[in-house]
Design a protein around this ligand. Structure first.
Ligand code: ADP
Ligand code: MG
Length: 253
């Protein structure tokens, strides 16, 4: 049975999209069949796997708002075993348009219901807000991965995210659970990074992934080439750590 994982944190720039793209690609590389769903109007996950947003006909917006079947929206990528539901800037309107639609929080869940079991993993890249797109993702998901950047205000905003998760569990998706907290952009040269790791581990305990994602220039270069790190630079530290994370996610089952 397919497992659906939302990559969420309402803070921007914490590594959600980098994690969505590279975890998806590394899971696919392990032989898992993966669907990446881009639910951020910026569409960075879409371009990150090499899909030209200008060529996209129907995107996740049409799936959520116009009831276009998900199968008509899915595109292949150049990575074997990895397909994508792309996002374009038209999705920016969805947040507002969803407000007045029926069953506005469960539209994504219903849209992907039929294809869920065609995949081993469905990974949803969430936008940097706790609006209806993120609520749709959390309602559709089995679990959530929370990327946390190793910086001074790392834990700031997390209580808001956790209370949103509790609300979703109470009203929309009782079975939702935290798969893990992923520490990102760690810089071993600073004491701050180490302090943040300790602080996050104290708070989330065994929910923190053993794999910690360091700052790696190759990871930040890869998106402009439209490639996940395992294609862009398979020998880089970034490729190594995201492969480790993929194994950890599989083992956590
Ligand atoms: P989010 O989706 O949470 O907004 P992104 O994944 O887009 O965050 O990351 C924000 C920026 O940081 C991007 O420019 C990305 O390339 C860069 N970045 C993310 N993770 C790393 C990393 N481990 N090392 C270096 N740069 C990173
Ligand atoms: Mg993003």
């Amino acid at each position: 049975m397919g497992k659906i994982i939302a990559i969420a944190n309402q803070k921007g720039g914490v590594g959600k999209t980098t994690t969505s793209v590279n975890l998806s690609a590394c899971l696919a590389h392990l032989g898992k069949k993966v669907l990446l769903i881009d639910s951020d109007p910026q569409g960075n996950a879409t371009s990150g796997v090499g899909v030209n947003k200008g060529d996209v006909q129907d995107c996740i917006y049409n799936m959520l708002i116009d009831d276009v079947p998900v199968r008509d929206v899915i595109l292949p990528t150049e990575i074997e075993n990895l397909e994508i539901v792309p996002a374009t800037i038209s999705l920016a309107g969805a947040e507002i348009e969803l407000v007045s639609t029926i069953s506005r929080e469960v539209r994504m869940k219903h849209a992907i219901q039929d294809i869920k079991d065609d995949y081993d993993y469905v990974i949803i890249d969430c936008p940097p807000s706790l609006g209806l797109l993120t609520l749709n993702a959390l309602t559709a998901s089995d679990s959530i991965i929370i990327p946390v950047q190793c910086e001074y205000y790392a834990l700031e905003g997390l209580s808001q995210l956790l209370s949103t998760i509790r609300l979703v569990q109470k009203h929309l998706n009782e079975a939702l659970y935290i798969d893990g907290v992923l520490l990102t952009m760690f810089d071993a040269r600073t004491n701050l990074g180490i302090q943040v790791i300790e602080e996050v581990k104290k708070y989330f305990q065994d929910k923190v992934y053993k794999t910690i994602i360091p700052r790696n220039v190759r990871l930040s270069e890869a998106p402009s080439h439209g490639k996940p790190i395992i294609l862009y630079d398979p020998r880089s530290k970034g490729a190594e750590v995201y492969s480790e994370l993929a194994k950890e996610v599989v083992e956590n089952e």
